[in-house]
Design a protein around this ligand. Structure first.
Ligand SMILES: [Zn+2]
Length: 375
């Protein structure tokens, strides 16, 4: 049950459980792999196991006071370090919080509460670009304090690649002199940005992209109100990152998809002078991310049409669209849908590169007409 907060990553869970049950716990771990795949979530779950009063075969009980306080990120044995803004006149050796204004401290407390509530939450404090040396120096102070009577002290450095040089060198000194009963866990999606001397002192644990199925199940388990069709679309678009999936749940993907299908119909049925206006109207209030999301939805829909064209109906994603998709391929039986998908993918790449949005969409519209209507 204790690993329930971590989606997928069965191999990682086994490695950590085995190191616990065989009592071969490293002094330092480096959890690395793509963003949003559960590295922080696993670090918190492992801290819980290391401090649980009644662990059972590599699982924490999830109900003892230690488990509860670790889950809420409120246990003295767990120190969770993230990037923070540098305070006014902050000097080396200062308490990392001392020089921050009240607003920043409130923002930090809220972010930690959000992370406790949802370990996949992305902490992103304003002006917090680095992990400060003063945060790393706190580690030594806390290690030197009398250790708790039970469990292990765990220090999680989340987004460890954000350490600046002095912070990294300070951490290196700590890693060179391991303290019994202390475990340091670094998490990062850019481990090549860490000092090789730091990496060599850690046990590497690699996290993989999540499978669509795992993302979809995780979403539905955490939000019972989430519509199944919406969960399928999100898991397709999340590219293996649960964090990204959660960020997509706020958007109404089903209506966004409808809007794209309407636009597609207009592009195919009406004259350019009409749909050029439609495109401007469509772009009106949208930012770049929004446009990318719409194009991804269109792409999934056209992909489904291609699946049906190839008699591969079992593979479709837009399950509620069977009828319009059937009509579409019957009507445009000469359509080159592979070319359409390639054109949409090119357009997504251009939008991401900051190319003028309406130009990209107009070009895409002309391509779509050419590849679908084919006359
Ligand atoms: Zn427990």
């Amino acid at each position: 049950m204790s690993w329930h907060s971590v989606i997928g990553q069965e191999r990682v869970k086994k490695i950590l459980q085995r190191s616990f049950t065989t009592n071969k716990i490293s002094h330092a771990y480096l959890f690395h792999g793509p963003e949003g795949t559960g590295k922080d979530a696993a670090a918190i779950a492992f801290s819980k196991l290391l401090n649980c009063e009644h662990p059972d075969n590599g699982n924490s009980c999830n109900t003892c006071s230690n488990c509860k306080r670790i889950s809420s990120l409120q246990h003295p044995n767990l120190q969770f370090i993230v990037s923070m803004p540098v305070g006014k006149n902050e000097k080396e050796g200062d308490d990392p919080f001392k020089n921050l204004d009240q607003k920043t401290i409130t923002e930090y407390r809220q972010a930690i509460a959000d992370k406790a509530e949802n370990p996949y939450y992305r902490i992103n404090l304003a002006k917090a670009n680095t992990i400060k040396i003063n945060s790393i120096r706190e580690i030594r102070k806390s290690i030197n304090l009398a250790r708790a009577e039970h469990g292990k002290k765990v220090i999680v450095i989340s987004g460890a690649d954000k350490m600046n040089d002095s912070a990294a060198n300070s951490l290196l000194k700590t890693l060179e002199e391991p303290t019994p009963n202390t475990v340091i866990i670094l998490t990062t999606s850019n481990h090549d940005k860490l000092l090789p001397t730091i990496i060599s002192r850690c046990q590497m644990v690699r996290f993989e992209l999540l499978r669509e199925e795992e993302v979809r199940k995780g979403l539905i388990e955490r939000d019972k109100t989430l519509d199944e069709q919406q969960a399928i679309l999100i898991s397709k678009m999340a590219n293996g990152s649960f964090q990204r999936a959660q960020e997509l749940t706020g958007a109404d993907l089903v209506s966004q998809r409808e809007e794209m299908i309407d636009l597609l119909r207009n592009i195919l049925a009406r004259s350019p002078s009409v749909w050029m206006k439609e495109i401007e109207g469509f772009l009106g209030p949208k930012d770049r991310y929004n446009v990318v999301r719409s194009l991804m939805l269109l792409n999934l829909w056209v992909r489904d049409a291609m699946m049906l064209q190839n008699d591969n109906g079992d593979a479709i994603v837009n399950l509620d669209q069977q009828e319009p998709l059937d009509k579409f391929i019957a009507h445009f039986d000469q359509a080159d849908l592979t070319a359409v998908i390639n054109a949409i993918e090119r357009a997504i790449a251009l939008v991401e590169k900051n190319i003028y949005l309406s130009l990209v969409l107009l070009n895409l519209a002309f391509d779509i007409r050419q590849f679908i209507v084919r006359r």
